[in-house]
Each structure stands twice: as structure tokens, then as C-alpha cells.
Write a new protein. Structure first.
Length: 124
């Protein structure tokens, strides 16, 4: 009877060992799956960090280009303003010259025996 009881206990222990071994194998498989997920997550994180660095560098480059373009625009506006002032001055001078030439023509024309120089006639 003792031997039967011992055999029953041994069977129960063996069964418990099989259950523990199956649980350990399942836990090991789960651990391996989690390790793979962790590796994938780390790789994804590295790729994301590289992408962020790339975007930051591109953003900094774009900001530098925008600053350059802004400086060029300010210079172009200054140049255009200066050119506009020069054009206005030339137009005023031309108008003054035209009035002076007209006055000279009229004054010259009041002397019937005189003729206008060719250059002045062409200018009028």
C-alpha cells in the first residue's frame, strides 16, 4: 500500500513537472516574442530619430535659404526704389530740358532772319 501511495505521489510530481515544463516553454516562447518586438520597436525608433534629424536639417537649410531670399528681396526693393528715384529725376530733367528747348525755339523764332541750328531742330 505504501508503494502504491509513493507511486501515486511520484506520478503526481511527474505530472506537476510536465505542467511546469510546459509553462516554462510557453514563457520562454513569449519572452522570445517580446524580445523580437522590442528589437523591432528599437529599430523603428532609430529610423524615426534619423527621419527627425533629417527633417530638422532640411528645416534649418530651408530657414537659411528663406533668410537669404529675404535679404535678396530687401536689396532688390532698395535697388528698385533707387532706380525709381533715378527715373523720376531723369523724367523731371527731360521735362525741364523740353521746356527750355521750347523757350529757346520760341525766342529764336521771334528773330525772322535767324534759323535754328540743325541739332536743336532735330531735338525738337
Amino acid at each position: 500500500a505504501t508503494s502504491l501511495r509513493q507511486r501515486s505521489e511520484i506520478d503526481a510530481c511527474e505530472q506537476a513537472l510536465r505542467v511546469v515544463a510546459a509553462r516554462e516553454e510557453a514563457a520562454s516562447a513569449e519572452c522570445e516574442r517580446l524580445r523580437r518586438e522590442l528589437t523591432d520597436a528599437r529599430n523603428h525608433l532609430r529610423a524615426s530619430e534619423a527621419r527627425v534629424e533629417s527633417l530638422l536639417a532640411a528645416g534649418q537649410q530651408a530657414a537659411a535659404q528663406a533668410a537669404d531670399a529675404t535679404r535678396e528681396l530687401v536689396k532688390a526693393r532698395r535697388d528698385a526704389s533707387a532706380a525709381s528715384s533715378q527715373v523720376a529725376a531723369l523724367e523731371a530733367r527731360d521735362e525741364h530740358t523740353q521746356r527750355a528747348m521750347q523757350s529757346a525755339y520760341e525766342a529764336w523764332g521771334s528773330h525772322p532772319r535767324r534759323t535754328l541750328p540743325d541739332g536743336l531742330v532735330r531735338a525738337l
